[in-house]
Ligand binder design. Sequence first.
Ligand code: FAD
Length: 406
Amino acid sequence: MDSLHYANADSYTCQGVHVHLNSDVVDINPEGKTITVETPDGQHQDSYDKLFISPGSAPNVLNIPGLNYDHIYFTPGRDWTGAIKQRMEEAKKVVVIGGGYIGIEFGEAISLANIDTTIVEFGETIIPTYLDKEFTETLTSHAIDSGLKIKTSEAVQQILGDEDGNVRGVVTNKGEYEADTVIFAVGMHPATDWLDGVVDLNPDGSVVVNDYMQTSDENIYAAGDATKLPYGPTGEKIRIGLATNARRGGAIAAKNMIEGNKYKAPTINGTSGLRVFDYYFASTGIKDINLNLIQEEVESKYVEEPLLPSFMGNGENPVGTLHMKIHYVKDSHRIVGAQFMAKDDVVGPLANSMSIALTAGWTLEQLATADFFFQPEYNRPWNYLNVLAMQALGDDYTFGSDTLLF
Ligand SMILES: Cc1cc2nc3c(=O)[nH]c(=O)nc-3n(C[C@H](O)[C@H](O)[C@H](O)COP(=O)(O)OP(=O)(O)OC[C@H]3O[C@@H](n4cnc5c(N)ncnc54)[C@H](O)[C@@H]3O)c2cc1C
């Protein structure tokens, strides 16, 4: 795990940043501009001119009986991940509770280590905040064929243990699953309890920041998972826990702390991607699950498209199918979201392109005839994004793309 870092204490130190590990900031005194830090050697105070906070998120914990047994783990966090990795050397039957992004990543990794793994998800589908049903049906069957067990629409009610204090199973509203290890991945909340009364917090516990990432105290700035940023499709601020958002928000906050409030908070679209077994997927903006964020009427179009012309490779549809979906405002045709899935990493650049189109306020008409390169080893004469927009427009606007004429 140590080799998986993009940066570490040394790489910061050599850039002139003083890093204090194992140091818990337990209090902030905004009037005196001091912080209280708890370390293994005791408590001490430090002073600041400007303070930046990025406390991140803490795992949600379900209010169910049986959480005290051994071999129950919570995500995220380096310590939990290290403990889970070590446990995998002995585990034979694992239940992962939560079929979101993190639960699926853990489930896949554990299943690939040839450990019997079951994911139990409360919702109707896995990863509902990233993909709609048209995609998750295919993805779920593929994950099951690849060895992962997936139980959806099941609510975990209790964790069972044996007389030695070890976990032995999970009870849901539909059944019971044997397990010697249980991993919870049921979402996260802002880790801001300790900031209550120091800076203003939103009802969800996130830190209130203005357009410049400045908190209610003019000398304290904040970014990361514990803050909200303007959401591209609506302009309203929302919280999406992604490293991309944390990094951009943090950089903007730092510039503003040094230069005065010159730089505005970045727009976020929740653009993200993942590979699950052989499938890559990536999405941006609005999906069926968060349609309620938009006041206007939104429509969508799902399209399947061969990745390459049929004359490439040795036969028909040589590298498979691209699954695509677009969400757009019914009246204006403004694009508000897109999803892509294929057994090819073409999906990442497509979602990134759509994120730019979305932030720029593009319409279906603009996307339908947008300029993209064509080369038969890469794509098809009508780019996938042209096709997606044309098919959403329908009728006279498909230019033959619906019948793969050219
Ligand atoms: C398994 C997993 C995979 C992920 N994969 C991706 C991905 O592929 N792409 C992506 O964009 N995002 C990904 N994310 C999300 C990404 O990791 C987070 O969005 C990002 O790390 C948030 O940065 P942050 O600074 O807000 O919080 P964190 O990275 O959580 O950092 C907060 C730090 O503050 C410390 N802290 C908290 N309170 C205090 C205190 N009082 N005193 C001192 N220190 C404190 C914490 O210990 C922690 O180290 C993933 C997350 C997980 C869990």
